[in-house]
Structures are given as structure tokens and as C-alpha cells.
Design a protein around this ligand. Structure first.
Ligand SMILES: [Zn+2]
Length: 81
């Protein structure tokens, strides 16, 4: 990627700041976080728990993907024998 292109992309992206409540990023143009400003404390706890589950789910999916590619690799190897 050229320097000019990355500069252009930086200029295009809106500035974001990290929310102290939910740890997600939101545009600085907003006065309050658009992820959690509507939530009360118990809803926020639930929201964060769900967010955590999503992250863990993704890593499990990654493991399955790796496992699947190993199996496919073995099958390919066997078909050559
Ligand atoms: Zn937030």
C-alpha cells in the first residue's frame, strides 16, 4: 500500500474514542457511546457478557477451521498414495 493511499484512508475514517463503560469504540462526533448509552447497569453487564461470548465463539470457530484444514490436507495426502 502506498503512503498516499494509507493517508487517504486515515482521513476517511471518522475519529473514534473508547468507551469507559463497555470498552467499545464510538465516533467522537457523538456525545455519548452509541453502544451502551441506552443501557442501564444490569443491561450493560449482560451486553458485555454477550460480547465476551462472541469473542470466545470466534476462537472456537478458528480451531474448528484449523482442524478441518488439517483433515483436508491429510485426505489430499492419502489420495496421492
Ligand atoms: Zn459504551
Amino acid at each position: 500500500m502506498s503512503v498516499g493511499m494509507s493517508l487517504a484512508m486515515k482521513a476517511k475514517q471518522p475519529k473514534q474514542k473508547r468507551c469507559d463503560r463497555c470498552d467499545l469504540y464510538y465516533p467522537v462526533t457523538l456525545d455519548e457511546c452509541d453502544h451502551c448509552s441506552q443501557l442501564n447497569d444490569s443491561q450493560l453487564a449482560e451486553f458485555k457478557a454477550q460480547h465476551q461470548e462472541t469473542l470466545q465463539g470466534n476462537s472456537t470457530f478458528g480451531k474448528y477451521l484449523l482442524f478441518g484444514s488439517v483433515i483436508i490436507g491429510l485426505l489430499l495426502l492419502l489420495s496421492f498414495l
